[in-house]
Structures are given as C-alpha cells and as structure tokens.
Design a binder for this molecule. Structure first.
Ligand code: ATP
Ligand code: MG
Length: 216
C-alpha cells in the first residue's frame, strides 16, 4: 500500500456553506479513505457574478464548519491568490509549494463536474490529479458516463475503489442534502428558518452579522 497522503480539496463559493457541502465532503472522505478534506473558498468565481458575502465572512463560516470535524480542514489558497480562481492555477501553486499532486483528490458535485470541459485547460487538468464526483439531488454521478462519453474510460466506481496509479474520476452516488446556497440566501431574505439546512453555528453567524438579509 502506498503511504502517499490522500488529500481532498473541495472548492466552492460557500456563500454560505451548508449541509449539502458537508455531505459531499463526508461522502468523498469515506468513499476514497481520504486523510483530510479541505474546504477552499474561491476568490472570484470564474463563470459567475461576484459573491454575495465578502471573503472574510465566507472564510469565517467554512472555518467554523470545519472546527466541528477532525477530518475537515480549510485552505485560503484561492482567497489569497490574484485574479479569478481557476483550478489549473491552483494545481500549479500547490505543485510549486511541493505538493505531490498524485495524492490530491479534487471534489465536486455532479452538477459542477458536468461543465468540466468548459473549465480552463480542462484536458490538462484531468491528467494531473484525481477527481471525486459526488451526486447532487437531480444529478446522478453515474449519468456522467453518458453525458461525458469522452471521459468515460477514466471514470471509476468509487465503491470498487483500488488505488489508481493514473489520474481517475471517481463517481460516488449517495444522498446529499437537497439544499443550495441560493436557497439559503433566499430564505434569510424572506425571514425563514435555516433549521437542518446549515449547521447551527453557521445560522448563528449569519444572523449575528446580518448576512443576506437584503438579497431577494
Ligand atoms: P449556489 O446556489 O450559490 O450556486 P451551491 O449550493 O451550488 O451554491 P457552491 O459553493 O456553488 O454551492 O458549490 C460548491 C461545490 O459543492 C460544487 O462542486 C457543487 O456541485 C457542490 N455542492 C453544493 N451543494 C451540493 C449538494 N447539496 N449536493 C451535492 N453537491 C453539492
Ligand atoms: Mg453552485
């Protein structure tokens, strides 16, 4: 067995972090026997409008959420970098810092991975590290074999996991909370409860700092 550290890397706007994100992180951690999963808030989402809460609040919330689990960590790598957060630039930075990318597992939801071919330098990207793709309600991971047939040969069922020597795309189909950050922001703006949708500490943080109240 290789002793290579096995790191999970879950990027996102986390505007705010919610129970669905934690389910994705947990599913990847369990399915691939990862050591740690780092939550990595992006600075400026490449294909999206600016975030709703400023970076310092999004960072504070992922930090709070990670404190509750010893297998979860955070990284401010993308918040500290210049310009938009492109995964290929992240890999370059991690490699410059001496990381062995062979142990890196970039985690995404199946909705996000469906757009992979539009990501900057996509072909190079999937040749440099493993991906772990977790289903999201309405988006099965296994369905990606049909929607991305050109990548199907490197898609592996995470259930039959064996340490892969070449960069692979591990598919994990498991229930995750049917919630999105958009729904959370809308609920706050409408004065509705966040019970069961975000960890309690996050609901308290959003309330204390008056985040998302003027959204709608
Ligand atoms: P928004 O509504 O603002 O787009 P979001 O809930 O989609 O927010 P992001 O920060 O955009 O959250 O997502 C970060 C990553 O987490 C993406 O790869 C996304 O696919 C995944 N993800 C988010 N929520 C879920 C969920 N409920 N189940 C599975 N994957 C999820
Ligand atoms: Mg999203």
């Amino acid at each position: 067995m290789s002793k290579r550290p096995r790191l999970g890397w879950l990027g996102g706007t986390f505007d705010p972090i919610h129970c669905g994100h934690l389910d994705v992180a947990r599913a990847a951690h369990t399915a691939l026997a990862l050591g740690t999963v780092r939550l990595v808030p992006t600075r400026v989402p490449p294909h999206r409008s600016a975030a709703h809460a400023p970076p310092k609040h999004r960072w504070a919330m992922v930090t709070l959420a990670a404190q509750a689990h010893d297998w979860l960590g955070v990284s401010d790598d993308e918040l500290q970098a210049d310009g938009p957060s492109y995964t290929i630039h992240t890999l370059n930075r991690l490699e410059e810092q001496g990381m062995d990318l062979g142990g890196l597992h970039v985690i995404t939801g199946a909705d996000a991975f469906a757009t992979i071919l539009d990501w900057k330098d996509a072909t190079q990207l999937i040749d440099r590290c493993h991906f772990v793709v977790v289903s999201r309600p309405g988006h099965q991971a296994q369905a990606l074999r049909q929607t991305l047939p050109m990548l199907a040969t490197r898609m592996l069922d995470a259930k039959s996991y064996v340490e892969a020597s070449t960069p692979s795309i591990f598919l994990v189909d498991t229930p995750t909370a049917p919630v999105s950050s958009t729904e959370i922001r809308n609920r706050v703006a409408a004065g509705q409860s966040l019970d069961g949708l975000v960890p309690e500490a996050i609901a308290t943080y959003i309330d204390t700092h008056g985040l998302y109240r003027g959204e709608a």
